[in-house]
Ligand binder design. Structure first.
Ligand code: CJB
Length: 854
């Protein structure tokens, strides 16, 4: 502690945030010369990016300190958001937009001033922003949702922390070689990361393996009593903190990311001293825990290292949370009044078990009292109904790594089943269906979703349809046991700061001017956007709206040209009358990029057919107006079919784009290495985007919301959040097609037992694929539909997909005014999908926490 008399000195020298461009420049130069040890003569863009970030970070850290002190002093309840993925993207521009001080000026205005100041220093802000690598610590929707939520929690002044892992390698970088995906490592920490603060003074020991010692349990052998777990391997968890600034608030929250380090203390016990090689191996073994993000999306791999990651992260986070709680000297009953923990999917379910272990084994609470605290603390978000994504761990692997936790899970299950039995006596079937331990499989497995439900007070789905589906399918029995009140819905959302203001500054500007909101308050109160509706048919406004879209399309065309080594793939001169049709997301059979590319092939064949009949190209163009189909997305490295879909897209692209005869009226483009920063360029450029999953498979989708927020129209199935998007923006403003979720089971059954013929259009597409028109062997893709049950119902939806695409062409090319009206009305009514609304719902309905205003 600093002695009282010294504190005056501290206060006198208290650090100050830079406020003016001049003060920024001074900070910038100071960082160039001291932090980076460079000078006027050798400061390149990278150094200038670093110095800018360090300067902005200084401001954030000052607010971060104040925010944390305020949160502690108020002693209010905190939220902890546990997510194995945080797909943050870049931080600098977001920090500039969100930067705030006591003045009236908005962050957006401030950003403009900093831009000017950087100009004067001899750099371009845009070039500096490009220097930053994406923090790509996530796979797709789930990880990006966590990033949007953490932004909204800070913006809403909620005392909230995120907890994650600081992977050294994020999601792999995707290269396309000969049309195939090739993965290369994403070592994003190559240069110093100015957005993190290492907290090496905090070191949390984490144990694995070993055995349970019950020698001091009075010999009664009960696993319910405090037991001692003697770990067999120990690593150290060290946190790195990322300040998360809110928009238009001085509140800055914390995202704490753990990294694994070896412990020397334990090495000595285990290895002979002087056995250098082994101790280095030990070091590498420890560090491997946080080395790499598992690159699967909607799929569980069941590897021991993944389980190790999960426990390492849960144990470190809970240790931190409990330490903070204990410092405030509350009684244990108060824990759920002080702490809310949200589980982002089942990945952090071990946190439930770890808290029970801490309370029973280390704090010596009675089992039931402890369990009451645990269940009041946790809530669980489900993100998928797909079987292959639901986490299960074999008992053998689990018990070896975490012997005490396995015992605790058995006990949790025992009490749970006892409760079920008392409510539904003699229903043995029910008991086996809901048991946390699945007995039916070859090896017994722990069903993590069931454990998460039993250990939480609320379970939510991520869109209305999805939340209903989990209640009637995978969690049906639990609704019977606990009643429907435990299950709820919080429809996903996105942060309008990144996905509107930052990604689409031109649209942001037009909106704030149109609705008379120069301070950009609409970014906090998105219902203000409804003001736009009155301009929907205003021709002058429509034309300005269209100009913004064309600007964004040019920006994307520039990116594509760069990625295609200078080839002008998208004929720039024709951009205004070329429809940009975009599908960017993880590649997955259920998301049905295959249906999209089959549609592209069909379009190409139809154009060729007309040409072969002697129809002049100008006439063909009337039927098939100019269009570019743009794809982007990564496949899990081990997902054969998804990789084949990528190859097919690239092979089709190769044929179509080089066919002189079709005179550029149709193009197919695959953008390699889709990531957050590319999304910020791609999404604002869409006229149309595709969200065409088999009904009932896409829990929510969030890029659908991003596209709508940027004035793009949607072609989609009645799935996930498309349903609520339709409700909000109006069914006239979205192109829906395809079978409904309620019919999927029946259709699959039909395929299995009756083998319906394929629609003619799909047959034609398959024939040219089989003729070898496109480079590659696509037999498995065709066969999965023709002979193997067509699980994703491509053949059932293909015709209505094509018909709806024709309708799109017609409106876009023959009725541009109608199109623009739809686009404006969509943005006017997109407000519901702000993640600020989600966070408020979680806070009110699940966490029971209040914002902490000054
Ligand atoms: N989701 O990104 C993932 N990974 C998974 O393993 C499971 C689900 C996605 O989560 C998003 C956020 O809730 C949803 O919008 C999306 O539909 C779902 O696939």
């Amino acid at each position: 502690m600093i002695p009282l008399q010294s504190r005056e000195i501290w206060k006198k020298h208290g650090v100050k945030k830079f406020e003016t461009p001049d003060e920024f420049q001074s900070k910038f130069i100071q960082h160039v010369e001291t932090t980076l040890a460079r000078s006027l003569y050798n400061c390149d863009d990278l150094a200038a990016y670093q110095a800018t970030s360090q300067s902005v970070r200084d401001n954030l850290v000052i607010d971060w300190n104040k925010s944390q002190q305020r949160q502690t002093a108020r002693g209010s309840k905190r939220v902890y958001y546990l997510s194995l993925e945080f797909l943050m993207g870049r931080a600098l521009d977001n920090a500039l937009i969100n930067s705030q001080d006591g003045s009236e000026e908005s962050g957006v205005e401030k950003r403009e001033k900093i831009k000017g100041a950087i100009d004067e220093l001899g750099f371009k802000l845009e070039d500096l922003l490009e220097q930053e690598p994406d923090a790509a610590l996530g796979n797709g929707g789930l990880g990006r949702l966590a990033a949007c939520f953490i932004d909204s929690m800070a913006t809403g002044d909620y005392p909230a922390w995120g907890y994650g892992l600081r992977y050294q390698y994020g999601i792999f970088a995707q290269k396309i070689i000969d049309g195939y995906q090739v993965e290369t490592p994403d070592y994003w920490l190559n240069f110093a990361n100015p957005w993190e603060i290492e907290r090496s003074e905090i070191q949390v020991p984490i144990n694995f393996y070993g055995y349970v010692d019950r020698s001091d349990n009075n010999g009664d052998g009960s696993t319910l009593c405090a037991s001692k777990w003697i770990g067999g391997e120990r690593v150290i968890a060290v946190p790195y903190d990322m300040p998360i600034p809110g928009f238009k608030t001085e509140n800055v929250n914390n995202l704490r990311m753990w990294t694994a380090r070896p412990t020397t203390e334990f090495d000595f016990a285990k290895f002979n001293s002087g056995d250098y090689k082994n101790s280095v191996e030990q070091q590498q073994r420890a560090e491997s825990i946080t080395a790499v993000l598992y690159p699967n999306d909607n799929f569980q791999e069941g590897k021991e290292l993944r389980l190790k990651q999960q426990y390492f992260w849960c144990a470190a986070s809970l240790h931190d949370i409990v330490r903070r709680f204990k410092k405030a000297k509350h009684s244990w009953e108060d824990f759920p009044n002080q702490v809310a923990i949200q589980l982002n999917d089942t990945h952090p379910t071990l946190a439930i078990v770890e808290l029970q272990r801490i309370l029973v084994d280390l704090e010596h609470l009675d089992w039931h009292k402890a369990w009451d605290i645990v269940t009041k603390t946790f809530a669980y978000t489900n993100h998928t109904v797909m079987q292959e994504a639901l986490e299960k761990w074999p008992i053998g692997l689990f018990g070896h790594l975490l012997p005490r936790h396995l015992e605790i899970i058995y006990d949790i299950n025992w009490f749970f089943l006892k409760h079920v039995e008392s409510k539904f006596p003699r229903d043995v079937d029910l008991l086996s269906r809901v048991s946390i331990i699945e007995e039916a499989s070859q090896e017994r497995q722990i069903r993590m979703a069931f454990l998460a439900i039993v250990g939480s007070h609320k379970v939510n789905g991520v869109a209305e349809l999805h939340s209903e589906l989990i209640k009637t399918t995978i969690f049906q029995d639990f609704v019977k046991i606990y009643g429907p009140g435990k299950f709820t819905n919080v429809t996903n959302g996105i942060t309008p700061r990144r996905w509107l203001k930052q990604a689409n500054p031109k649209l942001g500007e037009l909106i704030s001017k149109a609705i008379g909101d120069p301070q950009d308050d609409y970014l906090l109160n998105m219902s203000k956007l409804t003001e736009l509706a009155k301009f929907a048919e205003d021709e002058d406004f429509q034309s300005q709206w269209n100009d913004v879209k064309q600007f964004n399309k040019q920006r994307l065309a520039d990116l594509i040209e760069k990625l295609y080594d200078g080839e002008d793939v998208i004929q720039r001169d024709n951009i205004r009358n070329t429809l940009f049709d975009i599908q960017v997301k993880r590649i997955h059979e259920y998301k049905r990029q295959q249906m999209n590319i089959f549609g592209c092939i069909y379009r190409y064949l139809s154009i060729k057919k007309l040409l072969s009949q002697g129809v002049p190209i100008s006439e063909v163009e009337k039927k098939y107006p100019r269009k570019v189909s743009i794809f982007g997305g990564k496949s899990a490295p081990g997902y054969y079919m998804a990789k084949l879909i990528i190859k097919l897209i690239n092979s089709v692209s190769d044929v179509v784009n080089h066919d002189k005869e079709i005179n550029n009226i149709f193009k197919v483009v695959f953008i390699p290495d889709y990531n957050v920063s590319k999304a910020e360029i791609i999404i604002p450029a869409s006229d149309l985007s595709e969200h065409i999953s088999t009904a009932g498979t896409e829990a929510s989708g969030t890029s659908n919301m991003k596209f709508v927020m940027n004035g793009g129209l949607i072609i989609g199935t009645v799935d996930g959040a498309n349903v609520e998007i339709t409700r909000e923006i109006g069914e006239d403003n979205i192109f829906l097609f395809g079978n409904l979720a309620e019919n999927v089971e029946e259709l699959r059954y039909q395929h299995q037992y009756h083998g319906e013929p394929l629609p003619q259009e799909l047959e034609e597409v398959f024939q040219v694929i089989e003729q070898g028109t496109f480079d590659g062997d696509f037999k498995p893709l065709v066969e999965s539909i023709r002979h193997h049950g067509d699980y994703y119902l491509v053949s059932d939806d293909f015709k209505s997909y094509l018909q709806t695409q024709s309708l799109v062409d017609e409106v876009y090319h023959k009725n541009k005014k109608e199109w623009l009206k739809k686009s404006i009305l969509s943005v006017a009514n997109v407000g519901f999908f702000s993640s600020d609304r989600c966070i408020q719902e979680y806070a009110d309905e699940i966490w029971n926490v209040e914002p902490l205003t000054n």
